[in-house]
Design a binder for this molecule. Structure first.
Ligand code: ADP
Ligand code: 5GP
Length: 181
């Protein structure tokens, strides 16, 4: 049986970076979400996300093809159910890199899921990381910072909360949680 591992936390807390490093382990695979957001220059469909239209996303909701979905910063994001079921049939850790609303829905549906909340060292660093990533408009960054305040209130609902300061420490901590070291 596979195991769901939720990696959540505010935008800019390091979820994508951490998942990419964790995925180097053959026991770890990451879910590819569906979104209506436009791709960033470095993003490829089917790899970072499945990029779809709003009509297509709403069709997937109607057909029950998503394990969970949420609206964030004016776009839909969701976890494909079929891929999740297939992953759970294998002996792997299946990473869901999702925001807080979706994480709560998954832990309700799958109480065995391990949930990890990544925290930035502080708000100033979070802002700097969002700016340094250089993939969002100024207005969008301000909105993401505002949403972060709300999201941080949910950190105690997760199995683990980790401050993502030193990247190596973060990766080692998660690998220890998963009994991979
Ligand atoms: P998220 O997926 O949570 O939105 P990212 O993984 O895109 O966040 O990280 C946001 C920015 O912060 C990126 O530029 C990334 O390289 C950087 N970053 C992530 N983790 C760390 C860390 N531990 N120390 C310094 N910079 C980091
Ligand atoms: P971004 O636009 O920065 O790629 O993602 C915005 C937020 O949506 C992030 O917090 C990210 O973790 C979250 N997200 C990505 N995929 C999903 C998903 O399938 N479901 C939910 N609920 N959130 C997601």
């Amino acid at each position: 049986m596979g195991k769901i591992v939720i990696i959540s936390g505010p935008s800019g807390s390091g979820k994508t970076t951490v998942c990419k490093l964790l995925e180097k382990d053959p026991h770890i695979k990451k879910s590819v979400s569906v979104t209506t957001r436009h791709p960033r220059p470095n993003e490829k469909t089917g790899e970072s996300y499945h990029f779809v239209s709003t009509a297509k996303f709403e069709d997937m909701i109607r057909k029950g093809e998503l394990a969970e979905y949420a609206s964030y910063c004016g776009n839909y994001y969701g976890t494909p159910l079929n891929a999740l079921k297939q992953a759970l049939a294998q002996e792997i850790f299946y990473l869901l890199e999702i925001e807080v609303q979706g994480a709560l829905k998954i832990t309700e549906k799958f109480p065995d899921a391990i949930s990890i909340f990544l925290l930035p060292p502080d708000k100033k660093t979070l802002n700097q990381r969002l700016l340094q990533r250089n993939t969002n408009e100024e207005q969008d960054i301000a909105l993401r910072m505002k949403i972060a305040d709300k999201e941080l209130e949910y950190k105690d609902k997760y199995t683990y909360a980790i401050i993502n300061d030193d990247l190596d420490v973060t990766i080692n901590t998660i690998r220890k949680i998963l009994n991979l070291v």
